[in-house]
Design a binder for this molecule. Structure first.
Ligand SMILES: CC(C)(COP(=O)(O)OP(=O)(O)OC[C@H]1O[C@@H](n2cnc3c(N)ncnc32)[C@H](O)[C@@H]1OP(=O)(O)O)[C@@H](O)C(=O)NCCC(=O)NCCS
Length: 145
C-alpha cells in the first residue's frame, strides 16, 4: 500500500471550514505551501507543511495570515481544513509545530484546533520554542480520557 501514493499534485485545492487552501505554484525543497483564500478568492495568508516523515507519518506545519486577517477566527479554520487534508488525504498520524512561547494568540489558536503542548525545543537560529502536536485520533475526536 502506498501511504503517500498521492505525491501532491502541482495544483491542489483543499476546501472546508469556509476557507479554500490552494497549492502555491513553485517548488521548494524545504516546505509545501498553500495560499489561504477567503470567499471571493482574496489571499489572506499561507499555510505550509515541512519536515514530512514518511516513516513516522508526521509533518510540521506553520501558518502566517496577513495582518488585516488576524484576530477574527480565520487561523483556526484554515488550520482545521489543513489538518483534514493532512490526516485524511495524506494519512498522517501526527502533526506538530513550533511556536514562540510568548506568541499567545498563536498558542490559543493551536489549542482551539486541538493541539497539545508536548515540551520545548529549538526553532530556527536556535531560538527556544514551544512544541505542540495533535494526532489523527485526537483530530477525529476518537481519543477518550
Ligand atoms: C497566529 C494566527 C494564525 C492566529 O489566527 P487568528 O485568526 O488571528 O486567530 P483567532 O482570531 O482565532 O485568535 C486566536 C485566539 O487568540 C486570542 N487572542 C487574540 N489576541 C491575543 C493576544 N494578544 N493574547 C492572547 N490571546 C489572544 C483570541 O481571543 C482567540 O481566542 P478565543 O477564540 O478563545 O477568544 C494569526 O494571528 C497569524 O497569522 N499571526 C501572525 C503569524 C504567526 O504568529 N504565526 C504563527 C507562528 S508559529
Amino acid at each position: 500500500m502506498y501511504v503517500f501514493s498521492a505525491r501532491i499534485p502541482p495544483s491542489c485545492t483543499i476546501r472546508g471550514e469556509g476557507v479554500c487552501l490552494e497549492r502555491d505554484p513553485g517548488f521548494s525543497l524545504i516546505e509545501v505551501a498553500f495560499a489561504v483564500l477567503v470567499p471571493g478568492g482574496k489571499r489572506a495568508g499561507t499555510v505550509v507543511y515541512r519536515n514530512l516523515s514518511r516513516r513516522r507519518r508526521s509533518a510540521e506545519i506553520g501558518i502566517e495570515l496577513y495582518p488585516e486577517y488576524r484576530g477574527c477566527g480565520l487561523g483556526p479554520r484554515a488550520i482545521r481544513a489543513f489538518l483534514g487534508y493532512l490526516f485524511d488525504t495524506m494519512r498522517l498520524r501526527r502533526v506538530w509545530l513550533r511556536v514562540l512561547p510568548d506568541n499567545e494568540r498563536a498558542i490559543r489558536c493551536y489549542e482551539k484546533c486541538g493541539f497539545r503542548r508536548v515540551g520545548y525545543g529549538k526553532a530556527y537560529l536556535f531560538v527556544p520554542c514551544l512544541v505542540m502536536e495533535i494526532t489523527d485520533e485526537e483530530f477525529r475526536g476518537e481519543v477518550r480520557d
